[in-house]
Design a protein around this ligand. Structure first.
Ligand code: SF4
Length: 328
C-alpha cells in the first residue's frame, strides 16, 4: 500500500546511500537516470517527473505467467513492478501503479528485505527475474541485481521497459541485464506527444534501441529448455486508429536493424476509463486494423516472435490492489 505523506517524509531519512555505488548515488542526487533529465535530488522530498525517490519502492513482486513463452515458460517469471513511470501514457494498461499523480499502491523495502522477497518468489518460477517499468529505477535495480548475485543466485535478468530509456544509462547495464524486453511504441512524434507527453520518443527510443542492439545483436539465445538466456524481444502494442504508426515502427526495425529480431506484436489494447470517450483510443482495435499490421510484419520479413490473438483484448486486466495481480 502507499504511505501517507507524513510517513513518506519520515521514510526519506531511512534511505541511505550504502546500497548504491558512487555513480548510482550521484545519478540519484542529480537525477538524469532517464531522458526526462529533471536533475532532481531523489534523496530529498523534491522529486522529479516520475515522483520517485531513492528508496526501494515496489508495487508488486509476483509470479507472472503471461509474458512471452520464452520468458514465462511453464512456471512463470518473478516480476518486480516498480511504481510510477517516466512516460505517463494516457491509455496506460497498468494505470493503478504507473500514474505519477495518484497515491498508487506500493511499498518501500530495505534492499535486503526486497531481495528476500524476490528470492522467495523466484523459487517458484523459471529462474528469471523481470523488472517492469525500470527506466526511472535503474540505480535501485542495479543494487538489487548485485545483492541477488552476492547471494549466489544466477537468474536471467529481464529489463521490461517502455523503451523511453537513456542510451548512456543502458550502457551501465551491459553486465547486468540478460534480456531486453522492450516496447517500441511510436515513430510519429505527434502521436508520442499526444499519448505520452514525449515528443522525442522516436529519437530517444531509437538511440536506446541502438544501444540494446549493440549489446545483444539480433539473436535471442535460448537454453535447452527453450527459455531465453540473452538477447532482445521487441514489443509493439497496436493502438486503435494508428495502424500507420505500427507499420512505420516495423519497417524501421527491419530496415535499420534486422528482420531476424524477435517481435512480439500485441493486440491486447483495451480502453481504460481514462480514455473511454477518446475519439481514437476509446475502443479496442478492429480486426481489419490488426490484419494490416500482421501483414506488414510478414512483408518486412519478420519470422521470429509472436503475434498475439485478437481475443487477448479481453484477458489482460491486472488488479494491482489484489494480493495476486494476475490470474494463474
Ligand atoms: S528518473 Fe525520474 S527524476 Fe530522474 S530524470 Fe527521469 S523522470 Fe526525472
Amino acid at each position: 500500500m502507499g504511505f501517507p505523506a507524513i510517513n513518506r517524509h519520515r521514510q526519506l531519512f531511512l534511505i541511505d546511500m550504502n546500497p548504491y555505488s558512487d555513480i548510482e548515488a550521484h545519478l540519484l542526487t542529480h537525477c538524469t537516470v532517464c531522458p526526462r533529465g529533471c536533475g532532481a535530488n531523489r534523496f530529498t522530498g523534491k522529486l522529479g517527473y516520475c515522483r520517485s525517490d531513492a528508496g526501494f519502492n515496489v508495487s508488486s513482486v509476483c509470479v507472472h505467467k503471461g509474458e512471452e513463452p520464452v520468458i514465462s515458460g511453464k512456471k512463470g517469471i518473478c516480476n518486480v513492478f516498480f511504481p510510477h513511470c517516466n512516460l505517463q501514457c494516457v491509455y496506460c494498461q497498468n494505470y493503478d501503479i504507473s500514474c505519477n499523480q495518484i497515491e498508487s499502491a506500493w511499498q518501500t523495502y530495505t534492499l535486503p528485505g526486497l531481495v528476500d522477497r524476490i528470492c522467495q518468489v523466484l523459487e517458484h518460477t523459471e529462474n528469471m527475474v523481470g523488472f517492469v517499468s525500470p527506466s526511472h529505477y535503474v540505480p535501485q535495480m542495479m543494487a538489487i541485481i548485485r545483492e541477488i548475485r552476492q547471494r549466489g543466485l544466477t537468474p536471467v535478468f529481464v529489463y521490461n521497459t517502455n523503451g523511453y530509456d537513456k542510451a548512456e544509462t543502458l550502457q551501465m547495464l551491459e553486465e547486468y541485464i540478460d534480456v531486453y524486453l522492450t516496447d517500441f511504441k511510436y515513430l510519429y512524434s505527434s502521436l508520442a506527444q499526444q499519448c505520452s507527453k514525449a515528443a522525442n520518443y522516436p529519437e530517444v527510443a531509437s538511440e536506446a534501441f541502438r544501444e540494446m542492439f549493440r549489446q545483444k545483436g539480433s539473436t535471442l539465445r535460448l537454453g535447452d529448455d527453450g527459455l531465453a538466456l540473452s538477447g532482445i524481444i521487441v514489443r509493439h502494442l497496436v493502438l486503435p486508429g494508428n495502424v500507420d504508426n505500427s507499420i512505420e515502427v516495423l519497417k524501421y526495425l527491419a530496415e535499420e536493424f534486422s528482420s531476424r529480431l524477435h517481435i512480439s506484436l500485441m493486440a491486447q489494447y483495451y480502453p481504460t476509463q481514462h480514455v473511454s470517450g477518446h475519439p481514437k483510443l476509446g475502443r479496442t482495435i478492429a480486426a481489419e486494423e490488426y490484419e494490416q499490421v500482421v501483414d506488414a510484419f510478414h512483408s518486412f520479413g519478420f519470422f521470429r516472435g509472436w503475434v498475439q490473438e485478437l481475443s487477448s483484448q479481453a484477458s489482460y486486466r491486472p488488479d494491482f490492489l489484489a494480493p495476486k495481480p494476475f490470474d494463474d
